[in-house]
Design a protein around this ligand. Structure first.
Ligand code: FAQ
Length: 329
């Protein structure tokens, strides 16, 4: 019911989009430039609202779909302790999805609508979750690299101009930081183990390195939303800037583990202090986000099945709400 009201607010805002005046837009930009937080009930340009709904809902979907590759190893974790840690991590991702859906709802879109957009294939989720987790070392690589890349991208989102998103990101980043350490610790343990275990860690790095770099999105020249999102201080850094920061910190971590980054072109430019790297396979990236990655179909089929299997829970919750409302009336 709450979101029905929000849906209406969203439609009203969309209807008013054509009536935005230059004065309103200038005043809004001045608030952004002054680092004021924009809150749910504040006036905002329709394009700002839509950009946030797109980004926050895609972020939420990523957290939810992102539970699948790791969930794949819950029953096969090597020890009870590892299993408990992984279970907690996967539950955290569900929690992140829920805070993010709530943050997006404040912009006038209902969770039902966002979920429908995911299930119909209209909304995207992060490319990284379309790669398979073939060995236990992949769980280490996901924590180390995928959560590592997520933190690099998401710490600046704690300073996003939209208050509800920025506040949700604070707790998410704290939890992602724990996730990154648990992944690195798995890699450290494997690298200190037998030759076979170390080879498993290297293989996971080989397979997850390039997809992790793709998480930051297309390069700046091809990023259609970056310029406007940076002007609105939704994004604080460009895709390439964040990718570079990630590479610069991660190379030293790989060296510490005694692993080799699978890039012959990787070299430190002494002058800039940054690592140069080989070209990213953008063709692969665009294929994955178009739905043709190694696991896209499997991930969506599983999500649709989970949604269908949960129909009775939604039905029961609806019936209970109706009963309560009738009693109150
Ligand atoms: N995958 O113009 P840009 C996590 C799309 S959470 C798929 O540069 P923008 C936690 C983009 O949507 C990971 N699509 O777009 C975890 C746009 O398409 P559209 C998720 C991508 O928004 C760990 C088009 O390409 N994190 O990992 C990707 O300015 C372990 C053009 O791109 C977030 O969502 C991609 N990698 O910048 C969970 C963070 N990149 O919408 C479980 C918030 C780009 O026009 C286990 N999001 N696209 O159809 C962001 O920071 C931004 O949205 C970017 C993209 C940086 C992802």
């Amino acid at each position: 019911m709450y979101t029905q009201g929000l849906d209406q607010a969203g439609r009203d805002a969309a209807g008013a989009a054509g009536e935005e005046t230059a004065e309103q837009l200038d005043a809004f930009q001045a608030r952004i430039d002054a680092e004021e937080k924009i809150e749910a009930k504040d006036w905002m340009p329709e394009a700002y609202r839509r950009t946030l709904v797109r980004q926050i809902s895609q972020h939420a979907h990523s957290e939810i779909i992102g539970m699948q590759p790791e969930g794949n190893w819950l029953t096969r974790a090597p020890t009870l302790k590892r299993k408990a840690i992984l279970l907690a991590k996967v539950q955290d991702e569900a929690g992140h999805g829920l805070y993010l859906y709530s943050a997006a709802e404040t912009l006038g879109v209902s969770r039902d609508q966002m979920v429908a957009d995911l299930l119909s294939g209209k909304a995207k989720y992060s490319s990284i979750f379309n790669y398979p987790t073939l060995t236990w070392a992949d769980i280490g690589a996901i924590g180390w690299l995928v959560d590592g890349a997520a933190i690099m991208n998401q710490i600046p989102l704690c300073r996003c101009s939209y208050g509800p998103y920025a506040r949700a990101m604070i707790r998410i980043c704290k939890e992602e930081s724990f996730h990154q350490r648990q992944g690195f610790e798995i890699m450290l343990t494997l690298c200190g183990g037998t030759d076979e275990q170390k080879a498993m860690a290297q293989d996971a790095l080989n397979r997850f390195w390039w997809p992790s770099l793709m998480m930051f999105g297309p390069n700046d020249a091809a990023s259609k939303h970056s310029a406007q999102s940076m002007k609105w201080k939704i994004k604080r850094f460009s895709n390439d800037e964040l990718r570079q920061k990630f590479i610069d910190v991660t190379v030293a971590q790989a060296e510490f583990l005694g692993l080799t980054i699978p890039d012959d072109g990787l070299r430190l430019d002494e002058e800039s202090g940054h690592y140069e790297h080989s070209d990213i396979d953008w063709e692969e990236f665009f294929e994955v986000i178009a739905g043709n990655g190694p696991c896209n179909r499997q991930r969506m089929a599983k999500r649709r099945k989970a949604h269908d299997d949960g129909a009775w829970v939604r039905e029961a919750a609806r019936a209970y709400a109706e009963k309560k409302a009738a009693k109150a009336a």
